[in-house]
Ligand binder design. Structure first.
Ligand code: ATP
Ligand code: MG
Length: 399
């Protein structure tokens, strides 16, 4: 005996909107949806019948139409269906409870927020998948405001799936210590590349500088435009675009990581009320002045990055965080032509526009900055690709 046709009726005490009621109701609708596909595939029942069933106000009303329906109770949810001998069998578990194990292979780096490991996620039958795990420093994990903000942000950014953003798979807690499981990016970060070029006294090729920043703008624009399930803008801002948060894979992929982390960290103060995490060298003027930020803050950070790749050093960085902040807000921008004689006017204009202190004068969106860079890059019809970037990276990042 199997359910041939299904009608879902909410149990009166489980209204949509309450956690369990909503869950059960959506699950049942999903079941109905799955069955609908089978009916449409010729197993009996029709789409319009099913829709009709869903539109019925009550079971009694529905029974007037079909008298031979049976009530099936699945965890407080009343489902009504016709039991037949047709061979349609549907098994839909509601949850899968599985203890996922991670094997930490090696420590990759110590960051402001914790330690990053190369790890393996282990599954059935010898399955294993490479992941990156960031163990959050214990002193953060125990601070309640951090927990709230970190978890809140992680929930928002968990939906970000984009080729230029490092994907978050899971946020977990182990003995009171939080950890994040992320996509493993097999490669290096942009800081390492900048250092290697600096050590070799080689300028960063302008086309690769523009290519990297254009891909970061692409990822940022996707995140900036995210909306919640009800269509309201999430107003995500990265706030910590810097070379350590830009990962370059051996295949030439360019990915931004640590989305949402800066927001949680911004609220971390030491006993002396000093911010104890965050990167001062890439702040926007509005961040440096502790004003409210929006997506244009990330555009400014992209400008700082681009200027750094052009000049070979961070143009604002000073000996003290205070002086750096001062430079970000007021310092006269350097003459980029003097620093880099081969730079075309168009690229100087793009860099200066991203670095406008007045955010109304900046590129209004990351997408506009990306387009400006791409116009510049592909003006001759052919330009940088990920494959060519991979060849460039191999030369400089070979271990
Ligand atoms: N998903 C990943 N795949 C591979 N390597 C990674 C991954 N995430 C981070 N790393 C490596 O770990 C380094 C440190 O990252 P992490 O974000 O912890 O440090 P940070 O950016 O200096 O500090 P913060 O914690 O303030 O962001 C990165 O620069 C990169 O080299
Ligand atoms: Mg980071």
């Amino acid at each position: 005996m199997v359910v041939r046709f299904l009608f879902v009726k909410k149990h009166p005490v489980f209204e949509p909107g309450t956690a369990s009621g909503f869950d059960a109701y959506t699950h049942a609708l999903a079941l109905a949806g799955a069955l609908r596909t089978q009916f449409l595939n010729g197993y009996g029942g029709t789409f319009s019948q099913l829709n009709h069933a869903k539109q019925c106000y009550s079971f009694r009303h529905f029974c007037q139409i079909r008298r031979n329906w049976h009530k099936i109770c699945i965890s407080n949810l009343q489902l009504y269906g016709e039991l037949t001998n047709d061979a349609i069998s549907v098994s839909h578990p509601r949850y899968i409870q599985d203890a996922i194990r991670y094997h930490l292979l090696r420590e990759v780096a110590h960051g402001g927020m914790g330690v990053v490991y190369e790890a393996e996620q282990l599954g059935a039958g010898g399955f294993s998948k490479k992941v990156a795990i960031k163990l959050i420093r214990e002193e953060f994990s125990t601070v309640e405001s951090f927990q709230r903000n970190f978890i809140g942000e992680a929930r928002l950014v968990s939906g970000l799936v984009h080729p230029n953003i490092v994907q978050i798979y899971q946020l977990g807690e182990n003995l009171g210590q939080y950890y994040m499981v992320m996509e493993w990016v097999n490669g290096n970060d942009l800081e390492t590349l900048l250092e290697r070029l600096w050590e070799a006294d080689e300028p960063f090729p302008l086309e690769w500088a523009c290519f990297v920043v254009s891909r970061i703008c692409r990822g940022l624009d996707y995140a900036h435009n995210q909306r919640d399930a009800r269509g309201r803008p999430l107003d995500l801002v990265h706030r910590d675009v810097n070379p350590r948060n830009i990962l370059l894979s051996h295949e030439g992929d360019i990915k931004l990581t640590d989305f949402g982390v800066a927001k949680a960290l911004n609220l971390m103060f030491s006993k002396e009320r000093e911010v104890i995490a965050g990167n001062d060298d890439y702040l926007s003027p509005e961040q440096a002045q502790r004003r409210i930020t929006d997506r244009r803050s990330d555009v400014f950070a992209c400008g700082v990055l681009l200027a750094e790749m052009i000049a070979g050093f961070n143009i604002f960085a000073a000996d003290t965080p205070e002086q750096t902040r001062e430079n970000i807000c007021t310092m006269r921008l350097p003459d980029f032509r003097e620093l880099r004689p081969d730079i075309p006017d168009e690229l100087i204009q793009i860099t200066r526009r991203a670095l406008e202190r007045d955010r109304d004068a900046r590129f209004p969106t990351a997408s506009e900055m990306m387009t400006a860079l791409e116009w510049y890059l592909y003006r001759d019809g052919y330009g940088p690709t990920h494959e060519k970037f991979a060849i460039f990276l191999e030369r400089w990042l070979k271990d």
